[in-house]
Design a protein around this ligand. Structure first.
Ligand SMILES: [Zn+2]
Length: 130
């Protein structure tokens, strides 16, 4: 592996964008097998070429910027999805209300009967069933 380490000196290597492209490529290769599609196969080849090009690229600054652009799009999507999943998971233990005054999302534990909920933002109190 020593030759490989020497070969990789000054080259960009793997980043989140390459990993994402690899996942897309695996997805495409499964689809192209499934539909027996030459177009998908060619697309997959192009993606694989881009992945290798980026990993072995010596233009580190440019690859870094590409990855940053990708992360700027990817992180908000990832956060949104994970907060949705978190919310679905917590549905059995919590109930969600919206403050009738300021629309702030409020989370209260389930099964406590009728409770007074005070909005932490505007201090408005509502009586709700939990
Ligand atoms: Zn409020």
């Amino acid at each position: 592996m020593n030759w490989f380490r020497k070969f990789m000196v000054g080259r960009y290597g793997v980043d989140q964008l390459s990993t994402a492209l690899l996942i897309v490529s695996i997805f495409f290769s499964i689809l192209s097998r499934f539909f027996n599609s030459g177009v998908l196969n060619i697309l997959n080849m192009i993606i694989l070429f881009i992945i290798f090009y980026r990993i072995f690229s010596k233009d580190i600054g440019r690859r870094y910027q590409e990855n940053n652009k990708f992360l700027k799009i990817w992180y908000p999507i990832k956060n949104k999805v994970s907060s949705r999943i978190q919310r679905i998971k917590s549905l059995k233990d919590y109930r969600y209300y919206k403050c009738s005054n300021c629309k702030q999302k409020l989370r209260v534990p389930k099964g406590k009967g009728r409770i007074a909920i005070t909005c932490p933002k505007c201090k408005m109190t509502m009586i709700k069933k939990s």
